[in-house]
Design a protein around this ligand. Structure first.
Ligand SMILES: NC(=O)c1ccc[n+]([C@@H]2O[C@H](COP(=O)([O-])OP(=O)(O)OC[C@H]3O[C@@H](n4cnc5c(N)ncnc54)[C@H](O)[C@@H]3O)[C@@H](O)[C@H]2O)c1
Length: 439
């Protein structure tokens, strides 16, 4: 059976992850029947990229009322997800939403209630769960390799390419993204919830902006395109000469003044780049979490300590291995930025890297290793496996990869609790954030 899908938010993710995949890879089971964006230029561009006859809209209600649609795919900026999810549910549609489910506890409650009232279904596109390496962590934990889990240590590193990108555009304002504790860490908190198969109890957090601060770059402008110190800024993004970004953003600025090249040192930024949280789970499990958005490399590291031993996973994602590259353009692309295991890079030597290893250290000695081939494609192979699940479905999924609205809420509520904890300097219980009828 072919299902009809509409997309609201035809930016980077809407076009590439959903639009192009439906049109080019899932047309036997999925049909794109409508495209909507507040930016008339960008939605017209999406139509040109995806196929000239897909109807376009700048008004969501109009799209819902005029095209056949079973499922709405929500890929707008984070703070607007709730509005479209609730509207779609109330129109009798199912929803696939990008992460984070939303940006505040109030909005999460609204979504959960609308889903309950309408009986329709919300799926949250937690692609990280589907990356084979992360799936293997889940499998080993489910088999009980570490015994009873006592604690988890989780660190995530964003480099000066990917990390910086959050400080250039809408993500840099908490009102749009919830900050990186919500926008980015929702992936990580969802992984922890899913790996442990538990819901969090309470959170305490600290965070600050340490690197992307105005004082670091005196004389900086509002955006790269009009800046006068581009020759000495390691974050200069030449939008006009970056074809994919020019066509998607610069060419349509007149409609909404969305700058894709805002200054990463802007005075207006209000999100943190350095964050730590302690999260308490049932059974006394504690989790220590840290996220840094300006490190020399990209990747993550997690460890589970339990009654039988310790399981460690480590995925180095990217690094500039051959000397410093203060030029942003050179630093962002190959051969500058590469997928290498940065622990073993030496001057003049960049080792090949194909497989990821999980290491289990039994409590009383020895080690067991599990090798996982690197997933092909974006997000460690997670995007492709998620698309297969969303559009074709899977018959049997004992590891429960599919994330529902409750999982989406639990992941973003840790971030919302962390934000509240930072503001009020106290432990925040997840129960405080959920309406009593939704507990
Ligand atoms: N799962 C992942 O790994 C992953 C990766 C990237 C982005 N995302 C998520 O995808 C979503 C989109 O991110 P992106 O990188 O494509 O951003 P983007 O800026 O490229 O696109 C956002 C689009 O939403 C539109 N928009 C903004 N406000 C709107 C509104 N009120 N109504 C309708 N359209 C609106 C913008 O015009 C733009 O076209 C975000 O929620 C983001 O968190 C997820």
């Amino acid at each position: 059976m072919v299902k009809n899908y509409c997309i609201v938010g035809t930016g980077s993710r809407g076009i590439s992850m959903y639009g192009e995949s439906i049109v080019h890879h899932y047309s036997d089971v999925a049909r794109l029947t409508g495209l909507c964006d507040v930016n008339a230029g960008r939605v017209a561009y999406a139509q040109r990229r995806l196929g000239g006859d897909i109807p376009t809209f700048t008004n969501f209600q109009e799209m819902l009322n005029s095209v056949e649609c079973d499922t709405v795919i929500v890929t707008t900026k984070d703070a607007d997800h709730d509005h479209y999810i609730v509207d779609a549910l109330q129109h009798g549609k199912d929803v696939i939403t990008e992460k984070p489910l939303t940006t505040t506890a109030e909005k999460a409650n609204r979504i959960l209630r609308a889903e309950k009232d309408t009986g329709r279904r919300v799926r949250v596109a937690f692609n990280y769960r589907y990356a084979p390496y992360k799936t293997e962590v889940k499998r080993l934990l489910k088999e009980g390799i570490v015994g009873t889990v006592h604690s988890v240590e989780f660190r995530w590193f964003l480099d000066t390419v990917h990390g910086a990108d959050y400080f250039r555009r809408w993500h840099a304002k908490k009102a749009n993204s919830g900050g990186l504790f919500v926008h980015k860490a929702t992936h990580h908190f969802d992984l922890i919830n899913w790996w442990l198969d538990l819901e969090p109890e309470e959170v305490v957090a600290i965070g600050s902006r340490q690197y992307y601060i105005p004082e670091r770059m005196s004389g900086h402008g509002e955006r790269c395109s009009t800046c006068t110190i581009t020759d000495r800024c390691p974050f200069y993004l030449d939008l006009a000469n970056t074809p994919n970004l020019r066509e998607l953003y610069l060419d349509h600025e007149e409609y909404d003044h969305y700058w894709r090249d805002g200054c990463v040192f802007s005075e207006d930024i209000d999100i943190e780049d350095t964050m730590s949280a302690l999260i308490r789970y049932p059974n006394g499990i504690h989790v220590t979490y840290a996220l840094t958005a300006a490190t020399p490399f990209e990747g993550w590291w997690v460890a589970f300590n339990g009654s039988r031993g310790r399981l460690e996973a480590f995925e180095p994602e990217a690094m500039v291995p051959n000397g410093e590259l203060p030029n942003f353009s050179e630093r962002s692309h190959r051969p500058g930025r590469q997928a290498v295991d940065w622990r073993f890079v030496e001057e003049g030597h960049v080792p090949e890297f194909h497989a990821l290893t999980l290491r289990f250290y039994p409590l009383f000695g020895g080690v067991q290793t599990f090798s996982v081939k690197r997933g092909e494609g974006s997000h460690g192979g997670g995007d492709k496996r998620l698309q297969d699940d969303l559009f074709r479905g899977v018959n049997d999924d004992p590891l429960n990869h599919a994330a529902d609205s409750r999982a989406g809420a639990m992941a973003m509520l840790i971030g919302a609790a962390a934000n509240r904890s930072m503001a009020e300097r106290r432990f925040v219980k997840i129960r405080e954030l959920l309406d009593p009828d939704l507990l």
